[in-house]
Design a binder for this molecule. Structure first.
Ligand SMILES: [Fe+2]
Length: 379
């Protein structure tokens, strides 16, 4: 009797996809649509965009034959004069259905009141000259959510060129830049000499800007100390001591507003923001811009105590970093994570002028990936 010794086939075809055994013995399944749509020939080398149109295939894609050839899987398609040469490295990356690794997905590190001496610091001329310093700056912004840029030029252009190292200046409904100093007819609490409670900016925008820059141009007043706290640190601790309050603040939207004669901005936001791993990624909070809560009054029996307990925690000296920003410094921070405020000051005691603008978090991460990552198309 003859016994045929056959090795396990490395590729077997089925109706909707194929099974393969990769080099490390890992068994994996790939859907035919996915294999056909992501054929390396689908992507234009100049634009790096997909130019293959899977919507216009006459039949669902199906392999006629498939076999490994060196470092690629060769797939000949039924009813099409086309062969896909899919690199084994690509198959290995997508075999388990996990998200593509993201170099900008760095773990957040919570910080407390004593963070000031350890806060990441950069010199603006060095940032302009060295892209490596820019990636270190963005890394600090992703991990800590805050960094200080010193040696800023005493000019409007200095702020613009600094912000543009991360992304485009992102306007809000107030425009591209804002001036924090005492205004004669203030439209915002920031434009007075009064104390400004810890908050995130422009919660009444549908999507509040992600990264804030505050460039100090003058600060000779009495008072006006800067207050910053890490929303992630506070919300993580709140989660531990009050899980039900945390659930309410991270699942119920509350209304925010910003209203004057010519505008009436409104948006609903969750105070505690969670990411797709269910970890705290940030906050949206502002007492001076919180609208009258239009939630069922019975729900407020539970919501308000949780909201106040959390707000009180935010102000706990354990979390609040106190310092005084100096002319020539620009504090840069994640507006969805770091809460900021200031003590009251005496408007007649000197001059206090901070000029600010925003960029977006997604664009900051894009810049970071471009600086440090391999990318799918980099050669
Ligand atoms: Fe603010």
């Amino acid at each position: 009797m003859n016994v045929m010794q056959t090795a396990t086939p490395a590729v077997s075809l089925s109706e909707k996809g194929l099974h393969v055994i990769l080099a490390d013995g890992q068994q994996a399944y790939f859907n035919y649509y996915w294999l056909r749509d992501n054929c390396p020939t689908s992507f234009d080398p100049a634009t790096r965009e997909r130019v293959f149109d899977i919507f216009h295939l006459d039949q669902p894609p199906r392999a006629e034959t498939a076999a490994f050839d060196g470092d690629a899987l060769m797939v000949r398609w039924q009813g099409e004069d086309h062969v896909t040469r899919m690199p084994v490295a690509t198959l290995a990356l997508y075999a388990d259905g996990n998200r593509r690794p993201d170099p900008a997905d760095l773990p957040r590190q919570a910080w407390y009141a004593d963070h000031y001496p350890r806060m990441a610091r950069f010199s603006q001329p060095e940032l302009l000259a060295d892209r490596g310093k820019v990636s270190a700056w963005i890394e600090a912004m992703i991990v800590d959510g805050v960094a200080l840029v010193a040696d800023m030029p005493d000019s409007d252009a200095g702020l613009t060129e600094t912000a543009q190292l991360i992304g485009q200046v992102r306007p809000t409904f107030w425009g591209s830049y804002f001036d924090v100093r005492t205004h004669i007819k203030p439209t915002n609490l920031a434009y007075t000499a009064k104390a400004l409670e810890l908050h995130t900016d422009t919660p009444a925008e549908e999507v509040a800007p992600g990264v804030q820059f505050l460039h100090c141009r003058a600060n000779s007043v009495e008072g006006g100390g800067n207050l910053f706290a890490d929303g992630v640190a506070v919300a993580n601790d709140f989660r531990a001591i009050d899980p039900e309050g945390f659930r309410l603040l991270s699942s119920i939207d509350i209304p925010f507003y910003c209203e004057h004669d010519g505008y009436d901005m409104r948006a609903r936001q969750r105070v505690i923001e969670l990411d797709d791993k269910n970890e705290v990624s940030g906050l949206t909070i502002s007492q001076h811009l919180a609208d009258m809560f239009d939630l069922p009054q019975g729900l407020l029996d539970d919501y308000y105590p949780a909201f106040c307990r959390f707000g009180k925690m935010l102000q706990d000296p354990r979390y609040v970093m106190n310092f005084r920003i100096k002319p020539g410094e620009c504090i840069t921070f994640d507006n969805h994570r770091i809460v900021h405020g200031r003590a009251a000051y005496s408007a007649t005691s000197g001059e206090r002028y901070l000029r600010g603008c925003y960029t977006d978090r997604a664009e900051m991460r894009s810049t970071y990936r471009a600086l440090v990552g391999e990318g799918r198309f980099k050669t």
